[in-house]
Write a protein that binds this ligand. Structure first.
Ligand SMILES: C[S@@+](CC[C@H](N)C(=O)[O-])C[C@H]1O[C@@H](n2cnc3c(N)ncnc32)[C@H](O)[C@@H]1O
Length: 234
């Protein structure tokens, strides 16, 4: 099991099992407050965690020269946006990206990230609990996002299918979604059914679920997979 080094204040190290065992949004706030400083140096590097890169890659594959703003939900320290900007450099797209997350400590790390030319990676960083009623978040609903992306947030102990359905109105009509969902959860926790219902009810179209590896070969978690659900708001 992957662990972070002991916290300076003597707290036990964070493990991936801790993250998968979260139950409530308060649990998430508390765990990511402790994990923010070592999340990348320990967890991402130590496990060869690739899903932010995979989501960015699958999104870029369908987005082309997107006109409008991308919302990165559960953005954490900013790895999806970082990969998107890095991997499409030279293609002439100047991505405008907002990030949303429940953890102010993770958002603070994301706020320090820059583009190659020194501009901030994110236009705006938004603290939000995505399990709450997003119909009250007029700031998000009125932003008219051209795309919504996410990695590592629809997984064990984190967000469920009801939070996926609640994201749909955050995209403008025709908006592209690229949402990473833990493969073990995809059928078992009702994500596949949720997407089928959204499709059937005409709220989304062009559903294209793509299976990707979550970790680098040789990682202790090698073989863990995710579905990147690509679709458009109808
Ligand atoms: C595993 S991290 C993934 C972060 C980043 N997308 C990545 O791939 O590195 C999961 C993120 O989900 C956020 N999160 C957990 N519960 C949430 C909630 N209810 N609302 C918003 N964000 C939440 C956490 O704060 C954390 O930053």
């Amino acid at each position: 099991m992957t662990t972070s080094p002991p916290d300076g204040d003597g707290e036990p190290p964070v493990t991936l099992a801790d993250a998968y065992a979260l139950v409530t949004p308060e649990d998430s706030r508390a765990l990511y407050a402790r994990w923010a400083d070592t999340y990348e140096s320990d967890f991402v590097e130590g496990t060869g965690y690739l899903i932010p890169d995979r989501v960015a890659e699958e999104f870029a594959d369908v987005a082309g020269r997107l006109d409008g703003t991308v919302l990165d939900v559960g953005c954490g320290t900013g790895l999806v946006a970082f990969a998107l900007v890095r991997d499409t450099a030279g293609e002439g797209v100047d991505w405008v990206i907002d990030g949303a997350d429940i953890s102010p400590q993770m958002l603070a790390v994301a706020a320090d990230k820059q583009r190659p030319d020194g501009r901030p990676l994110y236009r705006r960083l938004i603290e939000v609990d995505l399990t709450t009623d997003l119909r009250e978040r007029t700031d998000l609903l009125e932003a008219g996002y051209a795309a919504v992306v996410s990695a590592g947030t629809f997984t064990h102990g984190h967000l469920g299918p009801e939070s996926l359905a609640a994201l749909v109105p955050l995209g403008r009509p025709g908006a592209i979604f690229a949402i990473g969902i833990n493969f073990e959860h995809f059928e078992a926790r009702g994500f596949a059914q949720c997407l089928a219902e959204l499709l059937e009810s005409g709220r989304i179209r062009n559903l294209d679920p793509r299976i990707v590896e979550m970790y680098r070969p040789g990682s202790a978690h090698d073989g863990d997979q995710a579905v990147v659900a690509i679709f458009r708001r109808a």
